[in-house]
Design a protein around this ligand. Structure first.
Ligand code: NAD
Ligand code: GLY
Length: 393
């Protein structure tokens, strides 16, 4: 189990330091123990980088967008700890979470003569984190890496728990490995430069923790949504901290998703189908997950697990966040085909994370007819492939 017990802890952060309040969350898995450090200005703090595995070579993996804004700051901060700091950039976008980007990282590592002690730093959102993590897991059979997530989504979800992957044209995250980072540095100040659409997409993964684990947190998000959208530091700190506490507890109990970890995929069976069905990068991952959670909540209600009012509550929050609540108009057979490729499917049976009661979820099959009925009801009037037209502000 995680060193933190999130079910018992819904407190606000108490630690303060120069630049504002900070928090730490411990992750404890068979694959590694590490700290998630959360706070504004952590990139520039010497403490963030001390005590990491010793390495002559450091390689920062990023993309051109993030590198231009935050790259030099990270390179300067870690320079005292390494003999050489180099960087390699992968193209920006979900469609580049692929073999070519992975190969580019290997080319850089080998081209620079990096040995098996090289420390990788993943600087960016979930795309950079996932592909850099997979490179770290596989280069010379594994080198250590540090996650430096710069999107809300990556700070509350993808940088924590050790899932690394690239996409395949036939499915999302189909090639990957479980490989834990040595540390996660969530510098909240990096969120200041995040485009609003990306901030909103990240909120989907924050909301997720409410239905699956913590109804009190869901209430807190409902109450503080405007503060989160306004990027108020105290609200962001609490959202990132609480999300990481929950993720640490779930992953600590089930690192390799033999059971409980699957709940972190609430909304993802539908969401991954949207992403693959429209082409990776058309909808943002968080947008697809937001809409997927609306579909999964209504499916939970249709199957009698929660009251219809609960599904409407989730839909209202997703809409207030500015996320799409209506699905793109893919043909029914295409939905099923895409969802059968989902990693949670077993022997061709699609399985969904469904809410069983507010704050508790489980993985279950659902009859195709019920699934298609939910999709049909929640597609009406939607323009295919354009989330901007689907927002209800
Ligand atoms: P992303 O990595 O594509 O980043 C979003 C955009 O924001 C990019 O254009 C990026 O360049 C830009 N950006 C990043 N940080 C910025 C900053 N501080 N300022 C300005 N621009 C910035 O998308 P994402 O939403 O972070 O991650 C989505 C990915 O994460 C998906 O591939 C998803 O599958 C994956 N994911 C993985 C896990 C996991 O457990 N490994 C969990 C959830 C999601
Ligand atoms: N984001 C899903 C997981 O980490 O398991």
């Amino acid at each position: 189990m995680s060193a933190t017990d999130p079910k018992a802890s819904a407190s606000f952060p108490t630690g303060t330091a120069e630049g504002g309040a900070r928090a730490r969350v411990s992750v404890d898995t068979p694959g590694g123990r590490y700290e998630i450090c959360i706070g504004p200005g952590l990139m520039a703090s010497a403490e963030s980088w001390s005590g990491l595995p010793r390495a002559a070579d450091a390689v920062i993996v990023s993309n051109p967008t993030v590198w231009a804004i935050h790259g030099q700051a990270l390179a300067a901060a870690i320079a005292p700890h390494h003999r050489r700091v180099t960087h390699v950039l992968v193209p920006d976008g979900e469609q580049y979470k692929d073999w070519a980007s992975l190969q580019r990282i290997y080319d850089h590592l080998l081209g620079c003569g990096c040995d098996r002690k090289t420390l990788l730093y993943a600087l960016g959102g979930g795309v950079v984190g996932d592909v850099a993590g997979l490179a770290a897991a596989t280069y010379m059979r594994g080198v250590p890496f540090v996650q430096v997530p710069t999107t809300l989504l990556a700070q509350v979800d993808s940088s924590v728990g050790g899932k690394t992957a690239i996409n395949h044209p036939l499915g999302k995250n189909m090639i990957g490995a479980f490989y834990q980072p040595a540390r996660v540095i969530c510098d909240l100040a990096t969120l200041d430069t995040l485009p609003r659409r990306e901030l909103v997409a990240g909120l989907a993964e924050v909301v997720k923790y409410g239905p699956i684990y913590d109804d009190t947190f869901l209430g807190w998000i409902e109450e503080h949504l405007s503060a989160l959208l306004a990027r108020e530091p105290a609200a962001l700190l609490h959202a990132v901290r609480r999300s990481c506490e929950i993720k640490a507890a779930v992953v600590g109990a089930d690192e390799r998703e033999s059971g409980q970890r699957a709940i972190l995929n609430f909304g993802h069976t539908f969401g991954h189908a949207i992403e693959a069905g429209l082409g990776f990068g058309t909808w943002l991952h968080g947008e697809a997950v937001g809409c997927g959670m609306v579909l999964a909540s209504h499916l939970s209600a249709d199957l009698g697990l929660v009251a219809p009012a609960y599904a409407e509550r989730i839909e209202r929050l997703i809409a207030r966040a500015g996320l799409p609540i209506r699905a793109p108009a893919l043909p029914g057979e295409r939905w099923l085909e895409l969802m059968r490729h989902d990693k949670k499917a077993e022997a061709g049976e699609i399985r969904f994370v469904l809410v069983e009661s507010p704050g508790a979820a489980a993985l279950r099959p659902a009859p195709d007819a019920r699934v298609l009925d939910v999709i049909r009801r929640l597609t009406e009037g939607a323009a295919p492939g354009d989330p901007a037209t689907l927002y209800r502000q």
